[in-house]
Design a protein around this ligand. Structure first.
Ligand code: HEC
Length: 234
């Protein structure tokens, strides 16, 4: 009996060692094509897809979704989306971008696809490994990410014109670079109550300040009351 168990254990160890050497040889040989234009085989793609979906679903389960109907929150999200997401995820009426056809996996067209709020929040905050989707949580607080989620719920219903109008009215992305700052020339025209809810109260109207003299935009945002409750790390 002991003899038989010993034999099984030795066989498993030898097979394991052969497997490890095989994987090592495969990796080191360079046979695998890492190019983004060389697509996965169907079974590998299906496996990765399932891995990604399960990983997100399980993690998003504990995300508490705040009230996403607040118009100021949605408007803020429109500005964020226009500044950071359109090259990969497109806008209403936009057929494609220069970057998108070359990305693999290809980013979904979020002007067509509505992602459940909890999952969208988790993906935007944490990103997706081995894909082009960044973890925006590194540079944005939860309240700002919820504004993007709130806007994404409306995006598939917007016409190209409605989208443009909304972005034009949106508070500017407070993290955007100087070259985009001049879009903020409109800041002074916005109703005061809208600005009060936005992240850009920098003690004066940005439009009055020459672009180069702009102080670094603050990254912390006072979250709208509805969002505060879930303003925690997930
Ligand atoms: C450089 C390209 C790129 C940028 C910029 C980008 N994304 Fe993504 N995003 C991706 C890719 C690629 C995926 C799909 C990854 C996958 O399928 O594994 C993705 C996935 C997503 C998903 C999940 C979709 C689903 O089907 O579950 C959401 C939501 C999302 N992105 C939102 C955003 C938002 C909001 C922004 C802007 C703040 C943004 N992304 C910016 C590339 C990008």
């Amino acid at each position: 009996m002991m003899q038989a168990i010993r034999r099984v254990v030795i066989t498993i160890v030898i097979l394991g060692a052969i497997g490890a050497v095989g994987i090592g040889a495969f990796v080191y040989s360079g046979i695998y094509n890492i190019g983004a234009d060389d697509h996965h085989t169907r079974p590998v793609f299906a496996l990765l897809q399932t891995l990604r979906e399960r990983s997100i679903t399980v993690r998003a389960r504990h995300v508490q979704v705040p009230d996403l109907e607040d118009p100021a929150l949605i408007l803020k999200g429109a500005g964020q989306y226009a500044a950071m997401c359109t090259q990969c995820h497109l806008t209403p009426g936009m057929k494609d971008s220069e970057i998108r056809p070359g990305l693999y996996p290809q980013p979904p067209n979020l002007a067509r696809l509505r992602v459940a709020p909890g999952e969208a929040f988790w993906v935007i905050k944490h990103g997706i490994k081995m894909s082009a989707m960044p973890a925006w949580g590194g540079s944005h607080d939860d309240a700002t990410i919820w504004s993007m989620v709130a806007f994404l719920q409306k995006l598939p219903d917007l016409s190209p014109k409605q989208y443009k109008d909304m972005v034009a009215k949106a508070p500017p992305d407070d993290d955007m670079d100087m070259s985009e700052m001049d879009r903020d020339g409109k800041a002074a025209d916005r109703p005061a109550e809208q600005r009060a809810g936005s992240a850009v109260d920098q003690g004066g109207d940005a439009g009055d300040v020459p672009a180069m003299a702009m102080p670094a935009a603050p990254t912390s945002v006072a979250p709208p009351p509805a969002v505060k409750a879930s303003h925690r790390r997930h």
